[in-house]
Unconditional design. Structure first.
Length: 130
């Protein structure tokens, strides 16, 4: 079993959130890693009374803010729905996954977490007017 350090980074490479996903298999597909990451962040959100979700992708019915995605009122999020949104966002280049300095190109790509225990997620923001 492996533990992976998850880093959310800016496009300039600055980390703004770092946490650990423990007890993962030594090898995993990028899709399963994204799903497990989303499951964990939704579980952490659902355990709070906050109305701001700071996750990989925007839940439906929320407003984007500087600090995350604001819900009109606190509600439990469904991690599986968020995981579907995350996989769709990956497919349309909404974020990239980096292992070391290598970009993961496909959600079915296998990642060796024993060899590369750090994974960076970089959200891509579309340019205004471009």
């Amino acid at each position: 079993m492996a533990s992976v350090t998850v880093r959310d980074e800016t496009t300039a490479g600055r980390s703004y959130d770092v946490w650990v996903l423990p007890n993962l298999p030594d090898t995993i597909t990028a899709r399963e890693l994204v799903r497990l990451r989303v499951r964990e962040e939704v579980a952490r959100f659902n355990a709070t009374a906050s109305d701001v979700f700071n996750g990989l992708v925007q839940p439906t019915g929320t407003q984007a803010t500087v600090n995350g995605y604001r819900l009109r009122q606190h509600r439990k999020l469904d991690w599986e729905k968020q995981a579907v949104l995350a996989c769709a966002a990956f497919a349309r280049n909404g974020f990239v996954v980096l292992v070391r300095d290598r970009q993961i190109e496909d959600l079915d790509e296998v990642i060796d977490l024993a060899a590369d225990p750090e994974v960076a997620f970089v959200r891509l923001v579309p340019l205004v007017g471009g």
